[in-house]
Design a protein around this ligand. Structure first.
Ligand code: ZN
Length: 48
């Protein structure tokens, strides 16, 4: 499963609706939501 860090819950959560996006700085990241509070959770991906 995809884990991200929720800034609001201040703990790692399992991201809901996780999908891969390319950010403005051309880094790739997984973007999803915290299942507990609904806050957007972003996890930067290391270069493959
Ligand atoms: Zn949360």
């Amino acid at each position: 499963m995809t884990e991200g860090f929720c800034m609001k819950c201040r703990r790692k959560v399992e991201m809901a609706d996780a999908r891969e996006e390319t950010l403005k700085n051309k880094r790739r990241a997984l973007v999803g939501r915290c299942p507990a509070c609904g806050t957007k959770v972003v996890k930067i991906l290391k270069k493959a």
